[in-house]
Design a protein around this ligand. Structure first.
Ligand SMILES: Nc1nc2c(ncn2[C@@H]2O[C@H](COP(=O)(O)OP(=O)(O)OP(=O)(O)O)[C@@H](O)[C@H]2O)c(=O)[nH]1
Length: 302
């Protein structure tokens, strides 16, 4: 059996229906709530299995929420997740057509999308009549050479299976990136890590060592209905460790408490959260390796 696996960046304006589509693709409810903090990190939104293919969806936060001063470097960084992905899916809304936001994305694609597979998915087709839809398909394809165009309704499911099958065939041949038994709780692990990261960011402000990552190492469902979550905060240098721990461990304690409270509310049950800080000097190299796959920090994060 030859397996396939790869990264798919789902891009589109806010409200285009990315979350709805993702839930369809992944087949489970995945919602990321920590959008308060602007990071340019490509994070994993979910993993879909289709036949022998593993499709890992990443998103590119910050891309479509222009900041007051959005310089070139930030735009480039924000596109990072998309430019590292094997396939890009641009999601637009049928009834809104080529909006200003879509124009901006098309401009970005002219750079980033060159030489890579980009699919167009026109969503919310339930909201328009066929002639208007076809005109939009034509207009968009005149603007960019899409590898394929899909007309879908993420909410009702139309066209979603076709899109998933197409993506499954597009991702490169290779071993799966996640063990099958971890896929189900992967989004939750990511969300939990993101929550802790957010608390660290809020707590440390400018002091935050940007070369830092949080990983959920272990997630255990306990018989009493609570969850035990072990996370590791990786920093680059010993000095950073001190910053994260804080005076007498005050910072890490406060972060742990805040993150635990949010997780408890999010999960609707008791959470035991264990945080550890580890120095991982080799992380930068790993970071580069990972970012090739659209996985980790981009420079300019934070
Ligand atoms: N009519 C219609 N509405 C849809 C469809 N797909 C999504 N929606 C609605 O569009 C709205 C936005 O969907 P989301 O999935 O939250 O959009 P998003 O792109 O993830 O939005 P952000 O998180 O803001 O980036 C929701 O109210 C959905 O119910 C569709 O196929 N048809």
């Amino acid at each position: 059996m030859s397996t396939r696996a790869g990264f798919v960046a789902l891009i589109g304006e806010p409200n285009a229906g990315k979350s709805t589509l993702l839930n369809r693709m992944v087949g489970a409810k995945v919602s990321i709530v920590t959008h308060k903090v602007q990071t340019t990190r490509a994070r994993i939104r979910g993993v879909a299995m289709e036949g022998d293919s593993q499709i890992v969806f990443v998103d590119t936060p910050g891309l479509f929420q222009p900041r007051r001063r959005l310089d070139r470097a930030m735009v480039a960084a924000a596109w990072g997740g998309a430019s590292d992905a094997d396939v890009i899916v641009l999601l637009i809304e049928a009834h809104r057509g080529v909006t200003e936001g879509v124009e901006r994305i098309l401009e970005g694609l002219a750079d980033v999308g060159q030489g890579r597979r980009v699919a167009l998915a026109i969503n919310k087709i339930d909201r328009v009549e066929a002639p208007r839809l076809l005109a939009l398909v034509q207009k968009m394809n005149e603007r960019f050479t899409f590898a394929e165009t899909f007309m879908i309704s993420a909410e009702r499911g139309h066209g979603c299976d076709d899109l998933r099958r197409w993506l499954a065939a597009e991702v490169p041949e290779g071993p799966w990136l996640y063990p099958e038994d971890q896929i189900a709780d992967l989004p939750m692990r990511m969300i939990a890590a993101e929550m802790t990261r957010e608390k660290l960011t809020l707590r440390l402000h400018q002091e935050l060592p940007y070369q830092m990552t949080v990983e959920t190492e272990n997630w255990e469902e306990r018989k009493d209905g609570s969850a035990r979550i072990d996370q590791v905060i990786y920093v680059m240098r010993d000095g950073h460790k001190g910053i994260v721990l804080g005076h007498k461990g005050e910072t890490i304690k406060a972060v742990s408490k805040a993150s635990r409270e949010e997780l408890t509310e999010f999960l609707g049950r008791r959470v035991h959260l264990f945080l550890q800080v580890k120095v991982r000097p080799g992380w930068l190299e790993e970071k580069e390796r990972y970012s090739e796959m659209g996985l980790e920090f981009r420079d300019g994060d934070g």
